[in-house]
Write a protein that binds this ligand. Sequence first.
Ligand code: ZN
Length: 215
Amino acid sequence: MLMLEKSFPLSSKMRISVDHEKLGVFSQSHVKFYLKYSSFVFRALKKPSFQNFLHWMLKKEKIEEDAVRTVHVKVLPFRRKNGKCLAGTCNTSRGRIRIYPKTMKFCQTFKQKFGRNTLLVYAGNRARAALIHELLHLKYAEDEKTVRELSEDYFLTCTQKQPNKSSRAFFIYTMIFHAKISGEKTPPSGSNESSKRLKLNEACLRASGVLSKPC
Ligand SMILES: [Zn+2]
């Protein structure tokens, strides 16, 4: 398996990344939670079956793997000014992709409703959907509509290709792309500074639905 992994250039560009200056804002239990979350997501994204899928998708879309310089799995969540959490960003000129976690609060509620295993399946697949989405931005840039449509198609293909395909896969797909969960607007906290710095022309990923839920 390790041998196989080496043949996917994208896999070697992936890192877990934490903004140390932001760590102090979070309690110890939050930090512990987010560290675990990021290492889980990192492993999910590096799975050879998923890397193989991405390799196929990039080839099909004629996106050079060189167009991606780094994929950072961020430890801490990123909240936009409107209070919504980002799932990912893509800086198309730098080839820099960032994948963000859901918040601990969201995960706790989710776990209470659906159980721990479903949460793990959800977190892994949400990150996969985010990475698919952000990679497509490298080609379609600001064309959010096309990126969303294609992300959905590719994610569905991806869940069908997963070796341990379970009945949960379609449920998760529906949840990521079609669930409309309305929620109250949460006022943004703290991270406004960095949101300005990030310049999210890049922006978005909200593989719609669930991801647009304020967290
Ligand atoms: Zn987008």
